[in-house]
Ligand binder design. Structure first.
Ligand code: URA
Length: 194
């Protein structure tokens, strides 16, 4: 079994925190195994929990639309994961101890997929991966360097659904990702819109 499949097995069987007991499916994440871009969200919601797949509800549809506009897809360039793999009850924010229990899994996913670019979707991903004190409003749109990777924090798609005025800023952030992808991965990368 590959290291990646071994990790999947470990995550699927995890009982390190209480979330597993209250959820239907563990959501490991999905996308290209050799993705150059990793998108990291917060954790599964209702539909993700029902299907065992990340970002398949309303936020997921918006995320797919954004990726599509950028010329990216979860089959080719992107792997999509979450800070916690099990749905918190009533979609509450994961508790710090739940985030901490799950953190080694996203770190190992990053290590194995080895993407040069990481997009952090929203405050939980930013706080969970980079700094518990970090503010998404202040830090979105600027490249961070983290363990030799470039990290772009941006708004979570659910924030864009709640407040469509934020979409303009989010598009600026994704344009920076397209530029960076052309710079370090594929100078001929095509997007219809940028
Ligand atoms: N929101 C997230 O943060 N992750 C998902 O997988 C779905 C919605």
């Amino acid at each position: 079994m590959s290291d990646f499949e071994q990790l999947r097995e470990t995550v699927m069987q995890c009982q390190k925190c209480g979330l597993r007991q209250g959820c239907t499916h563990v959501v490991f994440g999905e996308g290209a195994r050799d993705a150059k871009i990793m998108c990291i969200g917060e954790g599964p919601g209702y539909y993700e929990d029902q299907l065992g797949r990340p970002f398949v509800g309303a936020s997921g549809q918006l995320l797919d639309k954004i990726l599509n506009v950028c010329g990216f897809s979860r089959q080719r360039e992107v792997f999509i994961g979450n800070i916690v793999k099990c749905r918190p009850p009533q979609n509450r924010d994961p508790f710090p101890e739940e985030r901490e229990a799950c953190l080694p899994y996203i770190l190992r996913q990053i290590e194995l997929i080895d993407p040069p670019v990481i997009i952090l979707l929203g405050a939980t991903a930013l706080k969970g991966l980079i700094d518990p004190q970090a503010s998404i409003t202040r830090m979105r749109g600027t490249w961070l360097t983290w363990h030799d990777r470039l990290v772009m924090p941006t708004f979570h798609p659910s924030a864009l659904l709640r407040n469509p005025a934020l979409k303009r800023d989010a598009w600026e952030d994704f344009k920076k990702v397209i530029d960076k992808y052309r710079e370090i991965v594929d100078p001929n990368h095509h997007s219809d819109y940028h």
